[in-house]
Design a protein around this ligand. Structure first.
Ligand SMILES: Cc1ncc(COP(=O)(O)O)c(C=O)c1O
Length: 425
């Protein structure tokens, strides 16, 4: 179920699921080997989850199992290892399709991650559907991965990129959005959750409005997938792009969900093995979905690892995780608001997992370095979202981003450490 229907952060009722208690949290954290270490002589506090999440033992074991026992290329193999690798590979696709409530497994295309998924849509759907003067709408809070592929497409086709403004609090201006839709754009490409601000966008409503105006909709799900179980049919979007490494799976693997009608009509983009039905020098015909978009040997271990991450997530109490994360974020917001010298960047009503801030006049990188020396990992800078930083007239922020395995004590430690940073700078 999508968090929009269940989460307190969306101001709606949550069914009776208690947040995580201390022993549950401890047991959960024990499953993540990286969290068990010290850095600079201090226990690691990992608050860089929006950049990448840590991996549970189940994912690491699945990768090891694949490389130690099943390593082989997939499809068409005439031996047992190839059969086992193919089975793991395709089972992961089925598991992910179910997890997302996709209509069918063939609508899940493996890619290297969100960036590649968006580029795939730009270079195939975009090049075949857009021409001079057609409009593409993105928002001012997009990650560069949901800006630059469209700029490249505009350069190639003469299409025009239009921007939905974002308020000072970090919310989309829905009035301007409605106005921009009257120009009947061909595509609306919007992030589900902002990596720089934490804003949760009302993607179901945005999609309905875009469809009513005749536009195709792509949602960048990179920052939503780590926080709750997304339902693509409930959202109704045409494309949903995301990365495995941000949802507790391996790096280098991700996926694109697409509506069958669109995927079938789209031309392939990478040419090579696997994506063909038949090749001759006179004429090549292409494979069916999903293979038409999966040229060459895929990241088999990555797919199997992502399948293990999905299986692991399916076995967890996601509603309790959501409540716990909401509670962490509210706790961090309250402490930040009481902290003299902190300016929070991004104060949307509905947020997930991100505390972005400035500390007095200090450069974010100096703050990040001093936190690291105290064992606290955060990210600093523009977070690949330069346009929204420009809007706030700042070069970047300090970003603490949370996952379900973080604790309230870690949030306390962050603010104790920030007091030390203030006395140092
Ligand atoms: C909102 C958003 N979109 C896209 C991306 C790009 O993801 P990847 O680098 O895994 O392709 C990120 C990564 O931080 C992101 O936060």
């Amino acid at each position: 179920m999508a968090r929009v229907d269940t989460s307190t952060s969306m101001g709606t009722n949550l069914s009776a699921s208690a947040p995580l208690d201390e022993s549950e949290l401890n047991a959960l954290r024990e499953q993540f080997p990286t969290l068990q270490q010290s850095v600079h002589g201090k226990p690691l506090i990992y608050f860089d989850n929006a950049a990448t999440t840590q991996k549970p033992r189940a994912v690491i074991d699945a990768l090891q199992q694949y490389y130690c026992n099943d390593n082989s290329n997939v499809h068409r193999g005439a031996h047992l290892l190839a059969d086992r690798a193919t089975q793991g590979f395709e089972e992961a696709r089925i598991a992910l399709a179910k997890y997302l409530n996709a209509e069918a497994a063939e609508q899940i295309i493996w890619t290297r991650g969100t960036t590649e998924s968006i580029n795939l849509v730009a270079q195939t759907w975009g090049r075949s559907q857009l021409s001079k003067g057609d409009e593409i709408l993105v928002s001012a809070m997009e990650h560069h991965a949901n800006i630059v592929p469209w700029q490249l497409l505009c350069e190639a086709t003469g299409a025009l990129l239009k921007v939905i403004p974002v308020s000072g609090d970090g919310e989309l201006d829905l009035e301007v959005y409605a106005n921009l839709l009257t120009r009947r754009p061909k595509l609306v490409a919007i992030t589900h959750v902002s990596n720089a601000l934490g804003t949760i966008n009302p993607v179901k409503q945005l999609t309905e409005q875009a469809h009513a105006a005749g536009a195709t909709v792509l949602i960048d799900g990179a920052q939503a997938m780590p926080h709750w179980q997304v339902d693509v049919q409930d959202i109704g979007c045409d494309f949903y792009a995301f990365s495995g490494h941000k949802m507790f799976g391996p790096t280098g693997i991700g996926a694109l969900y697409g509506k069958r009608r669109l995927l079938e009509a789209m031309p392939p983009w990478h040419g090579g093995g696997e994506m063909i039905a038949r090749v001759s020098f006179e004429k090549t015909t292409y494979n069916e979905l999903p293979y038409k978009f999966e040229a060459g040997t895929p990241h088999i271990a990555g797919v199997i690892g992502l399948g293990a991450a999905v299986q692991w997530l399916n076995a967890q109490n996601r509603e309790a995780f959501c409540r716990h994360e909401d509670s962490l974020l509210a706790y961090a917001h309250a402490q930040a608001d009481d902290f003299k010298g902190i300016t929070r960047i991004g104060r949307a009503r509905h947020k997930a997992g991100v505390l972005s801030f400035l500390l007095n006049q200090s450069h974010p990188q100096d703050v990040g370095t001093l936190l690291d020396q105290q064992g606290i990992a955060v990210r600093t800078g523009h977070h690949c979202a330069m346009p929204i930083m420009d809007q706030y007239r700042i070069p970047g922020t300090v970003r603490a981003s949370f996952a379900f395995y973080n604790t309230h004590q870690e949030v306390d430690a962050l603010f104790r450490a920030l007091h030390k940073v203030v006395s140092f700078l």
